[in-house]
Write a protein that binds this ligand. Structure first.
Ligand SMILES: C[S@@+](CC[C@H](N)C(=O)[O-])C[C@H]1O[C@@H](n2cnc3c(N)ncnc32)[C@H](O)[C@@H]1O
Length: 238
């Protein structure tokens, strides 16, 4: 087992989470409640966010032991161990195992690599056949607000449709073009992404794709729905 490493993607995730948390500070109520996180990775992105937002507390989970070890070192080095905690284990067994979630907001750059099976470079990054299994599971977990990375090649329209069925709207998002990293470039994965896009369930170039970090919300105090704009932003045409 290894630790997820993709500097640009993690930076995009951290920056976007920071922007969305600050913009929707009152409604998300994170200064009171804190937030939970699925998938810590090496923790650098969110450790910097925690360092920059002194009232933020994050309870994070990762199934990869090397990631948790690396994360704890990085969190300690940034001096935020009292407000950014990491637990080894499946988020769905840990964070909301007691029934209704204790906090209203979950953040995640979840595993989203689409592949026919889990036998890929880092199996912990497998997101199911269309890549969006864990996002869908998160949306069904009862959180009022889900701040999550949505990649263009992992059936984003299916994700947005399921979110709508569950009463979520897309409040806002930040989108960025990314080059394929080692996980998307694996030949088996690359071929599978091509097939998904050819089948109309995603968009990607030969070496690039889009990732949006979106706030899905059920909160009536957050107005509007940018679902259409989100899908347009992900439609990379090459
Ligand atoms: C794409 S990485 C993101 C890491 C980090 N948040 C970042 O953006 O740099 C996804 C992480 O989720 C972890 N993971 C996968 N399934 C999980 C689960 N069910 N519960 C908790 N963590 C999980 C993986 O081990 C991996 O570290």
């Amino acid at each position: 087992m290894s630790c997820f490493s993709s500097a640009d993607e993690s930076a995009h995730y951290g920056f976007s989470v920071c922007m969305l948390l600050q913009h929707y500070r009152q409604q998300l109520n994170w200064a009171e409640e804190g937030v939970v996180e699925l998938g810590t990775g090496d923790a650098t992105a969110i450790a910097d966010v925690v360092a920059g937002l002194p009232e933020l507390r994050v309870r994070s989970f990762d199934i990869s032991a090397p990631s948790v070890a690396r994360a704890r070192e990085n969190i300690a080095a940034r001096g935020v161990a009292d407000r950014y905690t990491v637990e080894l284990g499946d988020f769905f067994d840990g964070a909301d195992s007691a029934g209704a979630p204790a906090v209203s907001t979950v953040i995640a750059n979840p595993p989203y690599i689409p592949a026919p099976d889990r036998d890929i470079l880092m199996p912990e990054l497998w997101g199911g056949v269309y890549g969006n299994d864990l996002v869908l599971q998160l949306l069904k977990s009862g959180y009022r607000n889900v701040v999550v990375a949505v990649p263009s090649y992992s059936d984003p329209a299916g994700t947005v449709a399921t979110a709508g069925d569950l009463g979520y709207r897309v409040a806002n998002f930040l989108a960025m073009g990314l080059d394929y990293g080692p996980y998307s470039s694996e030949p088996k994965v690359r071929e599978h992404i091509r097939a998904i896009c050819a089948g109309g369930r995603g968009w990607a170039g030969d070496d690039e794709y889009m990732v949006a970090v979106a706030l899905f919300t059920q909160d009536p105090d957050i107005p509007g729905d940018r679902s259409t704009q989100l899908l347009r932003a992900l439609q990379l045409q090459v």
